[in-house]
Structures are given as C-alpha cells and as structure tokens.
Design a binder for this molecule. Structure first.
Ligand SMILES: CC(C)(COP(=O)(O)OP(=O)(O)OC[C@H]1O[C@@H](n2cnc3c(N)ncnc32)[C@H](O)[C@@H]1OP(=O)(O)O)[C@@H](O)C(=O)NCCC(=O)NCCS
Length: 186
C-alpha cells in the first residue's frame, strides 16, 4: 500500500483477459518446477507462511476466501493470489453488492521469486476464476503496486482515500459490527 493514500483499482474481466498470459511464461514457470493450484481457504501451514512472509491480516483474509497458490515440488510456498475474501474492510464495502463485481486480493510472491512472472500468472489465474464466476469486473482493493496491476491486467484507479478517513469509518463500523455480532460476515 502506498503512504497516506489508499487506492482502489478496477480490472475489466473481458474476453482478452486470458490472452494476457504469455504461453512461454506459463510453460517455463511449470518447467522450472512451480506447481499452481487453487483452493478454498488456507491451511494452517499456508497461514503461517502468509504471516511470516507478508504480515498484516493477510493470513486471516485469505482463510475467508479462495486463492491460487504456487509452490515448488517440495511443497514450499512461493506465492498466492486470493479472491472473494470476506474480511469487512471499509474501502471494499460499497463494492460487495455491486452487480458483476468480484473482489480480488490480497496477493504476494516470496521475495526470492519476484520479477520472474509468477505474480502476473497468479494475478491472471485469480482474475480468470472471478470471470468464471460470471464477474465482469474485479475490484482490487487498497493497492499496492498500482503500476503492476496496470501492466498485468489493465486495471485502472477508481478511488483514492486518505488513511485517516478510512480509519475513522473503519472504527465506527467495527464498533457497530461488534455490537451486532457481524464483524466477520461471510
Ligand atoms: C507485486 C508482486 C506480487 C509482483 O510479483 P512478481 O512476481 O515480481 O511480478 P511479475 O514478475 O509477474 O511482474 C510483472 C510485471 O510487473 C512489474 N512489476 C513487478 N512488481 C512491480 C511493482 N512493485 N511495481 C511496479 N511494477 C512491478 C514487473 O517489472 C513486470 O514488468 P515487465 O513485464 O516489464 O517485466 C510482488 O512484488 C509482491 O509480492 N510484492 C509485495 C506484496 C504486494 O505488494 N502485493 C500486492 C498487494 S495489493
């Protein structure tokens, strides 16, 4: 996430989406022993890896949704891209009920594996999964590397909030949610 500003982006899930995956990159990634798989939630060891590698609330967030994971042949985690996660962040709230919009993220690649195309592949796999669920657009919340998403999937900035603004909304909502028992609302 960048400094004091929180940015939401939207990606169009059109018929060109999958053509953004280079067949050479896909083949060479598999050839170097990367295994790609999709699952609901995250195992305890995947959550431990997410906490160790990225921190924040990503382990908890991924556990509520679906994700593509990349591992090596020994099962070591290399990266992930999640979608349809349900932690109730204020910057996502208005998008959850928007027809045709799927929620993408978070995603990340282990530092030693970056800049080899794995992030692009995982991102496009997760977006394609949303498209397969009949979503026509994906909201990529609270990015992150804006230029990466512009480049990989043509996403565009749709909103920017100050962190202070979001923190205020978040605290108010959290207090309401705790009072009504709806803090996590799958
Ligand atoms: C962002 C991230 C997932 C990219 O993974 P990656 O495997 O290095 O990405 P790729 O190798 O597929 O990069 C694809 C393209 O995006 C560019 N790119 C990669 N990271 C970038 C960044 N942080 N900012 C701008 N461009 C970036 C690459 O240079 C590459 O461009 P090219 O096609 O001209 O070579 C990875 O850096 C990461 O995990 N960062 C920390 C976690 C994070 O910020 N996640 C996003 C949360 S919203």
């Amino acid at each position: 996430m960048s400094g004091a500003t929180l940015i939401n982006m939207l990606a169009e899930l059109d018929d060109q989406l999958w053509s953004r995956v280079s067949p050479d990159l896909y083949r060479s990634t598999l050839d170097r022993g990367v295994v790609l798989h999709e699952r609901q939630g995250a195992t305890p060891s995947q959550q431990a890896w997410l906490r160790r590698t990225f921190g924040g609330l990503w382990a908890e967030e991924v556990a509520t949704g679906y994700a593509w994971f990349a591992t090596d042949w020994d099962g070591n985690e290399l990266g992930f891209a999640a979608y349809d996660c349900r932690l109730d962040f204020p910057w996502l709230r208005k998008w959850r009920d928007e027809p045709g919009v799927g929620i993408f993220g978070p995603m990340g690649v282990a530092e030693s594996e970056r800049k080899r195309g794995l992030g692009s592949l995982l991102c496009l796999l997760a977006l394609q999964s949303l498209k397969n669920q009949r979503c026509t657009r994906a909201l990529i919340g609270a990015v992150g590397p804006e230029a990466f998403y512009e480049r990989v999937c043509g996403a565009r900035r749709v909103e920017a909030f100050s962190r202070a603004q979001m923190l205020g909304v978040g605290l108010r909502h959290m207090l309401q949610s705790v009072a009504t028992g709806k803090w996590r609302n799958r």
